[in-house]
Design a binder for this molecule. Sequence first.
Ligand SMILES: NC(=O)C1=CN([C@@H]2O[C@H](COP(=O)(O)OP(=O)(O)OC[C@H]3O[C@@H](n4cnc5c(N)ncnc54)[C@H](O)[C@@H]3O)[C@@H](O)[C@H]2O)C=CC1
Ligand SMILES: O=C(CO)COP(=O)(O)O
Length: 327
Amino acid sequence: MISKVGVIGAGSMGTALAQSISTRVEEVILYGRRREVVDSVNNLRCNKNYFPSLHLNPNIRAKLTSDSLDLADCEAIIITIPSSEVRSAVNTIRDELSDTILITVAKGLEYPSLKTMSDVILEESKNPNIVSFSGPNFADEIVYGHLAGATIGTDNSSLREIMSDLFREFILDFSDDVRAVELCGVLKNVYAIGTGMWDSVYSNYNEHYMFLNMCYKEMCTFLREISRDKDIFTKFCCFGDFNLTANVDKSRNRTLGLMIGKNIIKTPYLDSGVTFEGSKSVKGIVELADRHNIDMPIAKFVYDVLSGNNNVRKTADFLVKYESSKR
Ligand SMILES: NC(=O)C1=CN([C@@H]2O[C@H](COP(=O)(O)OP(=O)(O)OC[C@H]3O[C@@H](n4cnc5c(N)ncnc54)[C@H](O)[C@@H]3O)[C@@H](O)[C@H]2O)C=CC1
Ligand SMILES: O=C(CO)COP(=O)(O)O
């Protein structure tokens, strides 16, 4: 159904999705900021900064975001850059976005607006054809064509059909609450950091799964308040992605929590250049929770430790006492 797709962001997820959908469409343009990445895609047929040993399919071409983009030719555009960059990136190209489908993959919340990326994209582009794509998806597995599940957020049935065709490499489920799908991705990053912190202090399986359960309960309490989709809890974007990111050491967010807990990284945590989405979103999640009067001690734990206001051991002990006091 779709023949040409633009992917903004030639990092891990951008390259992975470009490779995945290239089997379904005639042409994929991968838009990158760095000349060396664009040159390696076009001349060596690989993205040497992210997946140096992967041969990219021949219908993937790369372009510099600073050049003329010709985005108007693309029937769909997938936005795969860190959330903190989305507003300015979309603003720069807003005149070319009026007729396309915009797919957001970024798992972050804007601060201090507390807007999800679909809100940000709508505000900047004025184009309502926005779909959220989220699930338990490590880019380094997608890029090699391994099976994966994802949730498509859209309330438009024809977009649903188009997405089913475009992402045929995935097992999909659907939600008509675009924002809830995105918030699942934001929340699971926060709890992945928290679980990493917790696991740096408590190392038994019982302790790990007790905490994991507490995190999921807190995440569900938040979603129950915010989500129009009452079945969101069993979808890929929620249960699957929460588990993947909190449990698997390949997750950057979980690794950040582990490294802080083991004193490899000092707090207050300052931006390192690595895409640790949860560290940027946690303050917004804590404020959203306050706004809706939702008790979220674990999100506060993560925020307190990252901002240097408390250490992992003390805060983990506080959480145990807090949970016990609810009896
Ligand atoms: N890597 C993964 O397994 C997954 C990542 N995501 C989400 O996708 C988003 C991107 O993550 P990754 O690809 O992993 O990050 P990454 O750090 O691997 O790549 C991000 C890329 O975006 C580029 N970039 C930044 N600002 C840009 C701009 N204004 N214009 C063009 N390019 C720009 C950077 O140069 C970098 O190449 C994040 O929100 C992440 O949570 C979602 C699912 C899985
Ligand atoms: O979103 C992801 C998997 O679904 C990637 O997680 P990290 O950003 O923690 O690596």
